[in-house]
Design a protein around this ligand. Structure first.
Ligand SMILES: [Zn+2]
Length: 252
């Protein structure tokens, strides 16, 4: 799938919204999953990373990871999102009607949120043709991938030195921020669809460093101001702890 215009257009087709009992509009989960099946040929799956019942707020909460398997030659798109649902209690005895149903609704919300975020990911792939071509996925041959990067890297020794400096700095900033390796890896997958630093070009590493330094948006890599960073910190829960540009904030 070297042309991302078609899936992007498919994804952007409006979904007919329905109204719930409180008059809120929502996209039915069946329509969202059908759309995803259409765009990804059914090749997407959901993992539930965490689940919790919050007694204080009477809510179920889940963290999901949705993996969208793209076709050969393009990295898979992985998105994590939170989903929540207020449990329904019976009038007569105030008991919870069905915790399972509530968890299921929470998962649906997580999938919808993750699906919104893939639009950004697809747009990036589409706008940056370098991401489309010649960059094999983790599914295809690793040898090919590393030899290609090797070629990239051996262009000049100066670049190599630069690269090592950046890698050291990335490690340092990661530790300073108290992020573990897994968390940093998730950030890298979210912003570059790359599983590790060795798969990144030097330019991408520089940008990743700036993401870690909170100079760029975690999702679209746009440069951001300190004011925006402050806003994200004040709204940690809403943004899943992410530092996002104003545009990407809208999706939360
Ligand atoms: Zn952004």
């Amino acid at each position: 799938m070297s042309d991302w215009k078609l899936p992007l257009d498919q994804l952007r087709q409006p979904i007919e919204l329905e109204e719930d009992y409180d008059g809120h509009l929502y996209a039915p989960i069946e329509d969202v999953t059908e759309r995803l099946n259409q765009v990804f040929d059914g090749l997407w799956d959901v993992e539930i990373l965490e689940r919790d019942f919050l007694e204080q707020t009477d809510e179920t909460l889940v963290k999901v990871r949705v993996t969208f398997h793209t076709l050969e030659g393009v990295p898979n798109i992985v998105k994590e999102a939170l989903g929540g649902n207020k449990v329904v209690r019976l009038n007569k005895n105030n008991e919870i009607k069905s915790l399972t149903d509530s968890f299921e609704s929470a998962v649906s919300q997580g999938i919808k949120r993750a699906a919104k975020r893939i639009e950004v990911a697809l747009r990036k792939q589409f706008q940056n043709p370098a991401l489309n071509n010649n960059e094999p996925t983790r599914n295809t041959s690793n040898n090919q991938s590393s030899s290609q990067n090797q070629n990239d890297r051996s262009k000049s020794n100066g670049d190599d030195l630069d690269r090592n400096k950046i890698l050291k700095k990335v490690e340092q900033v990661r530790k300073d921020r108290g992020l573990n390796e897994r968390e940093a890896k998730t950030m890298m997958v979210n912003s570059f669809n790359k599983a590790g630093t060795k798969d990144c070009s030097t330019k991408q590493l520089k940008e990743f460093l700036e993401i870690l330094q909170k100079k760029r948006c975690e999702e679209c890599r746009e440069e951001i101001s300190k004011k925006v960073v402050g806003f994200c910190k004040n709204n940690e829960n809403r943004f899943d702890g992410k530092i996002l540009c104003m545009n990407c904030q809208k999706e939360y």
